[in-house]
Ligand binder design. Structure first.
Ligand SMILES: C[S@@+](CC[C@H](N)C(=O)[O-])C[C@H]1O[C@@H](n2cnc3c(N)ncnc32)[C@H](O)[C@@H]1O
Length: 259
């Protein structure tokens, strides 16, 4: 199993748990070259499409940015797994998510808060990287380690410069933008790096978080799970969903913050 396959397999139980019942229409934003959850969704009886310029060829996939895709009909659920931090205009994308959903549709998001990728976490990850494979492109964590070594800068400055260059949205900005449009049903945090590390399980990373080895100054791990429902109240004049209000979600896995 590749690290990308391992990641998707680890995230699938969370995504599956928050889907509407099959059959239902599900759109995945940024399904990636493996097709993300689309194969599992299709096997599970969903009418699933994956929208991503890097999507595989074939039925069920649209190789285009989500902003340029027009769904033939509203969908019951939108899934986005670590794709939102890459999109260009986050507000536009989330407005379009709201517009693509049926009333009371669901949004299931797994995201990364890169701004929490502090030096302790970076060192913990770099100590667990497999040796680089000479014939292949270095993986993203190998590149971060090489760039840091070459930059001669503090980790935080190096990480910030990389994220700015890549145009990555922070987890904080994604949270704010989601909360402005959808009502929280669940908000949890969890491990993020394990799939890219040698002999490291999700449980190993969680144990390091719990022990304070990762993010010692901030007990929040870096991955965010969110399951949200479209806000039902009136739309604003441009026809886009109005801002929803919510009560604070809980940090612990499995706790639910309901409106
Ligand atoms: C980190 S990968 C995640 C892939 C997969 N969802 C996963 O969890 O393994 C981010 C994906 O988002 C896609 N992406 C970035 N911006 C996008 C956009 N505006 N519309 C659709 N996909 C986008 C990229 O092409 C890439 O495949």
């Amino acid at each position: 199993m590749t690290s990308d396959e391992g990641w998707l397999a680890a995230m699938w139980p969370f995504v599956r748990a928050w889907l509407p019942s099959a059959p239902a229409r599900v759109l995945e934003i940024g399904c990636g070259p493996l097709g993300g959850f689309v194969p599992a969704l299709s096997r599970g009886g969903y009418d699933a499409v994956g929208v991503d310029p890097e999507a595989p060829e074939g039925p069920g996939y649209h190789r285009v940015q989500f902003e340029r895709y027009q769904s033939p009909q509203p969908v019951d659920c939108v899934v986005a797994c670590t794709s939102l931090h890459h999109v260009g205009d986050l507000d536009l994308v989330l407005d379009l998510v709201g517009a693509a959903l049926v009333p009371d549709g669901a949004v299931v998001v797994v995201e990364w808060a890169w701004e929490r990728f502090d030096e302790a976490t970076a060192r913990w990850c770099f100590a667990r990287l497999a040796p680089p494979e000479p014939a292949s492109e270095p993986a993203w964590l190998h590149r971060r380690r090489e760039d840091w070594a070459a930059a001669g800068q503090p980790w935080d400055a190096c990480c910030q410069a990389w994220a700015t260059h890549e145009g990555l949205h922070t987890g904080r900005a994604i949270t704010r933008a989601l909360d402005a449009r959808f009502d929280r049903r669940l908000w949890t945090y969890g491990p993020y790096f394990f799939a890219d590390l040698l002999d490291t399980t999700e449980a190993d990373e969680q144990a390091a978080i719990d022990a304070g080895q990762i993010h010692p100054d901030d007990r929040h791990p870096v991955r965010r799970h969110a399951a949200l429902k479209r806000s039902l109240p009136a739309r604003h004049p441009r026809g886009l969903p109005a801002a929803g209000r919510f009560e604070a979600g809980q940090r612990q896995v499995g706790r639910v913050g309901l409106r």
